[in-house]
Design a protein around this ligand. Structure first.
Ligand SMILES: Nc1nc2c(ncn2[C@@H]2O[C@H](COP(=O)(O)OP(=O)(O)OP(=O)(O)O)[C@@H](O)[C@H]2O)c(=O)[nH]1
Length: 247
C-alpha cells in the first residue's frame, strides 16, 4: 500500500481503474517467477538433480511429486521417486501408483524404516542408474513438532552426504492463510526451502499469503497445483496470479 500511495501521489492519477492497474503492477513486482530457475533448468552434469518435497500433512506433497515427475518425464528426463514417507505404507503405495502412471521408478523402504535411509538409498540408486532427477517425497509433519522437524533436517543432511540437494520445495495449501507463513518460516529454518508449491488453487482460495512468504523469507513460488490430475501442475505466473487475486 505504501508503494501504491507513493505512485498515486507522484503520477497524480485519480481514476479508479488506473489505480487498480497500478495496484496490480505493485503486486506483480512483489513476486518473483521461479520455475525457469527451478528443476527444469538444473544442470545435469553427471549426477541427478535432487529435490526434496516437504510440508505439513495433506497439503499435496505426494500429488505434487507425481505431477512434477510427469513434467520432467515429458521433457525427456529419467526420474526416480523416493518414498521417504515411511509412516504410512499407503503413502508409498500412492507414490508407486504415480510412478507407474508417469513412467518413473520408485524406491521405497519398509514401513517404519528410517526416512533418511530411504532418501539416501533413492539418491544412491538415482546416481547408479544415471537418472536425471531424484524426487524425494517426505512424510507430512506439523512444523510445531520438534522431533519430526529434526527428523526432516536429518533426511536432508544424510542425502547431502552423496549429492547436493538442488531444490527443497515446500508444498503450501492455498487455503491455509496466515499459518502458511509460520510453516514457511519453520521449514526454512530446518531445511532451507528454495521454492514454494502453492496447491489447491483450483478452489476458492487465492493464496495471498505468498506475498508475505516472498517478502519475509525471499522464497519464490515456483509451481501451482490446479487440481488432482497428472496435468494439473503449472509454473507460477505472477501476472495471472494477481489477476485472479483482484478479480
Ligand atoms: N483440488 C486439488 N486437490 C489437490 C491438489 N493437490 C493435491 N490435492 C489433493 O489433496 C489431497 C492430499 O494430497 P496428497 O498428495 O496425498 O498430500 P500429502 O501432502 O502427500 O499428504 P500426507 O503425506 O498425508 O501429508 C489429495 O486428495 C489430493 O488429490 C490440488 O492442486 N488441487
Amino acid at each position: 500500500m505504501e508503494k501504491l500511495r507513493a505512485r498515486i501521489a507522484t503520477s497524480g492519477v485519480r481514476d479508479a481503474d488506473q489505480v487498480r492497474r497500478m495496484l496490480s503492477e505493485v503486486l506483480v513486482e512483489a513476486l518473483q517467477p521461479g520455475w525457469e530457475r527451478s528443476v527444469r533448468a538444473l544442470p545435469h552434469s553427471g549426477r541427478p538433480a535432487v529435490v526434496l518435497v516437504v510440508g505439513v500433512n495433506g497439503t499435496g506433497k505426494t500429488t505434487t511429486t507425481g505431477k512434477l515427475a510427469r513434467v520432467l518425464v515429458a521433457d525427456g528426463r529419467q526420474v526416480l521417486l523416493g518414498a521417504a514417507d515411511t509412516f504410512r505404507a499407503a503413502a508409498a503405495d500412492q507414490l508407486a501408483t504415480w510412478a507407474e502412471r508417469v513412467g518413473s521408478v520408485v524406491v521405497r523402504g519398509r514401513e517404519g524404516a528410517d526416512p533418511a535411509s530411504v532418501a539416501y538409498d533413492a539418491v544412491r540408486q538415482g546416481i547408479e542408474r544415471e537418472a536425471d532427477a531424484v524426487l524425494v517425497d517426505t512424510a507430512g509433519r506439523l512444523h510445531t513438532k520438534t522431533g519430526l522437524m529434526d527428523e526432516l533436517g536429518k533426511v536432508k543432511r544424510v542425502v547431502e552426504k552423496q549429492a547436493e540437494v538442488d531444490e527443497v520445495l515446500l508444498v503450501l495449501d492455498a487455503t491455509t492463510g496466515q499459518n502458511g507463513l509460520v510453516q514457511a518460516r519453520v521449514f526454512s529454518e530446518v531445511v532451507d526451502v528454495t521454492g514454494i508449491v502453492l496447491t489447491k488453487l483450483d478452489g476458492t482460495a487465492k493464496g495471498g499469503i505468498v506475498f508475505q512468504v516472498q517478502r519475509e523469507l525471499g522464497v519464490p513460488v515456483k509451481l501451482v497445483g490446479l487440481g488432482e490430475g497428472p496435468d494439473d501442475l503449472a509454473p507460477f505466473e505472477p501476472g495471472a496470479f494477481v489477476r485472479a487475486l483482484l478479480d
